[in-house]
Design a protein around this ligand. Structure first.
Ligand SMILES: [Ca+2]
Length: 112
């Protein structure tokens, strides 16, 4: 699957509801775009609220989803990437750096 046709990755991350006891099930979620860390979650516990991840993946060839043990161990680390999806969403355009705007004439800006 090519990511080039999408610009957004969304998911709901957290510890699965089947884990609900003690200090078991502690994870950190990470997203890598082309092997560069692009998102890291706080340390999540079974009692933590679900986090909505919304990541711009424009110009990304590979997205890697990592559920890290958080450094303790992997016991009960049932991390969920729920409702994970790629989509095309409107992203506000950025101003081209090589253009200069001239004062508005009849409500239009002249760019050159
Ligand atoms: Ca853990």
């Amino acid at each position: 699957m090519s990511l080039n046709q999408y610009n957004t990755f969304r998911a709901k991350i957290g510890i699965d509801d089947e884990i609900s006891y003690g200090t078991c099930g502690i994870v950190i979620f990470k997203l890598f775009k082309d092997n560069n860390l692009a998102y890291i979650s706080p340390t999540l516990y079974p009692s933590s609220a679900t986090i909505n991840v919304n990541l711009n993946i424009s110009n990304t060839d590979q997205l890697k989803l990592i559920t890290d043990t958080s450094g303790d161990n992997a016991f009960c680390d049932h991390g969920d990437w729920a409702d994970a999806k790629f989509s095309v969403e409107n992203i506000p355009p950025t101003t081209p750096s090589n253009l200069a705007g001239v004062a508005p004439i009849d409500n239009y800006y002249q760019l050159s």
